[in-house]
Design a binder for this molecule. Structure first.
Ligand code: URA
Length: 214
């Protein structure tokens, strides 16, 4: 639940999430295992991030009799993975909401400044009508998330949430300072960033772990 120190943050505190995340942290977990676990956790994070989706009661007949049952009222969604590691959360989210649109934001971290450099942006035209769920496994410095959210707002997005696997306090604070309207959902709030901008204890470079590039 959000706290006074981190008012935008929800930590999805569940033993299944914790167990799968611990397996992902282990440095010998294979890329295949890492991707599978990330997809599984994305289903559980997605469940929480979409908890407020509106529903309406409609009259239906069950085999036993009539009742009023809740149905989603068609809030339009767009999932926006930050390339490349954000792709690891996308399939699970799309399993939950297959009709959602997908936007892509391509950002890389300048290794010296840790600033976010944009190299790709493609979003649906009707962004202003959609709840945008930005996904990136690691909320580290917050630079990528801030840049992605800023660009989505420039493109018209008005309602944005961010889902990540791990968050560092520095990144949560930076994103909240830049975009206090964006709530963040994570499986864990880790200790801090190291001098290279990596989350400690973290799990290393999420993109490299997913794709076996190191
Ligand atoms: N990005 C990663 O992939 N890992 C970190 O620890 C920080 C940023």
């Amino acid at each position: 639940m959000p706290t006074a120190e981190f008012p935008t943050l929800t930590i999805v505190d569940h033993p299944l999430v914790a167990h799968k995340l611990s397996l992902m942290r282990v440095s010998t977990t294979s890329s295949k295992g890492f991707r599978e676990l990330l997809r599984e956790i994305s289903l559980l994070l997605g469940y929480e991030v979409l908890r407020d989706l509106p529903t309406e009661l409609r009259a239906i007949e069950t085999p036993v009799g009539p009742t009023q049952a809740p149905f989603l009222v068609g809030k339009k969604l767009v999932f926006v993975p930050i390339l490349r590691a954000g792709l690891g959360l996308l399939d699970g989210l799309l399993e939950l909401v297959p009709s959602a649109r997908v936007g892509h934001v391509g950002l890389y971290r300048d290794p010296d400044t840790l600033g976010a450099i944009e190299y790709y942006l493609k979003t649906p035209e009707d962004l202003s009508e959609r709840l945008a769920i930005v996904c990136d496994p690691m909320l580290a410095t917050g630079n990528s998330a801030i840049a992605a959210v800023s660009r989505l707002k420039e493109q018209g997005a008005r309602e944005i949430k961010l889902v990540c696997l791990l968050a560092a306090p520095e990144g949560v604070r930076a994103l909240a300072a830049a975009h206090p309207d964006v709530s963040v959902f994570t499986a864990s709030l880790d200790s801090h960033l190291n001098e290279h901008g990596y989350i400690v204890p973290g799990l290393g470079d999420a993109g490299d772990r997913m794709f076996g590039t190191k």
